[in-house]
Write a new protein. Structure first.
Length: 259
């Protein structure tokens, strides 16, 4: 049974913001921060890179597709639904091999907070976030059919491992396996600029480490690894970007709590 939603229409649904260094941030401002995934578009000479693809509530690809002959690779930092909702729009899709099987199953997006348990909601409540009944306060043009939408499988066309290099022609990013939040969580590290795209391994908000598939011991190892990384800026899977000082502080806070 579908739920009828009566919410205002937000047009445009996405907001694009230049972040410098040929990087654009695409966000969904009418989605609650818990599910508001940062989509990062990196322009390259030979191919462009899209890191994560949001909830899939509205078409994304046209915002990150330039009028060039170069290719377009979509990388999922992990397979939670708020990061892979738009993955079906891209022909070339990459994910860490540990979570490749997740993309062979239908992608289901849940927008009702009642669907989520305290492993998800609790950390946000304790951090002072309000938890609404519905994790959106508007709908995209065309609306939503229901608060729960289910899509088709989106199997990966490329499997990633720690140390792999994604070559864009004029810039390259190294795959860092950063498990803990999920088994196959990854970051993408551009050594030449000190930029880290960290997915949900590190972002400036409540970190979730008690989900199905989470592993606190692995997360401790990830935080120790991140703490040593000479980053200049961290572009996370949620919330605002931050620098190395905040990353070290975040790692130390986590290690004091969990190590």
């Amino acid at each position: 049974m579908h739920t009828v939603i009566h919410l205002p229409v937000a047009d445009p649904w996405f907001v694009c913001e230049r972040a410098g260094d040929g990087i654009t941030l695409v966000t969904e401002p009418h989605v609650h921060p818990l599910l508001r995934c940062n989509v990062w578009h990196i322009e390259g000479r030979d191919i462009d890179l899209v890191i994560d693809t949001s909830l899939g509530l509205a078409p994304l690809r046209h915002l990150v597709e330039r009028e060039l002959a170069n290719g377009l690779l979509a990388v999922a930092t992990h397979t939670h639904s708020d990061h892979i909702g738009g993955l079906h729009e891209f022909a070339d899709r990459a994910v860490h091999r540990v979570e490749a099987g997740e993309l062979s199953e239908p992608v289901t997006t849940f927008l009702e907070s009642s669907v989520y348990d305290e492993t998800v909601l609790g950390p946000y409540r304790r951090a002072g976030y309000q938890i609404p009944e519905l994790f959106v306060d508007a709908v995209p043009p065309g609306g939503l059919e229901a608060t729960i939408s289910e899509g088709a499988p989106v199997p990966a066309t490329r499997l990633l491992d720690d140390g792999d290099i994604i070559d864009l022609g004029n810039r390259s990013l190294e795959v860092l396996h950063l498990p803990g939040h999920s088994p196959g969580s990854i970051g993408l590290w551009e050594e030449s600029t000190g930029i880290l795209f960290s997915g949900d391994a590190a972002y400036d908000g409540p970190l979730l480490d008690e989900l199905g598939g989470s592993d606190v011991d692995a997360y401790v190892s990830t935080m120790r690894r991140l703490r040593k990384l000479p980053v200049t800026v961290v572009h996370g899977g949620h919330e605002l970007s931050f620098g190395r000082e905040r990353l070290i502080e975040m790692c130390d806070e986590y290690l004091a709590l969990r190590a």
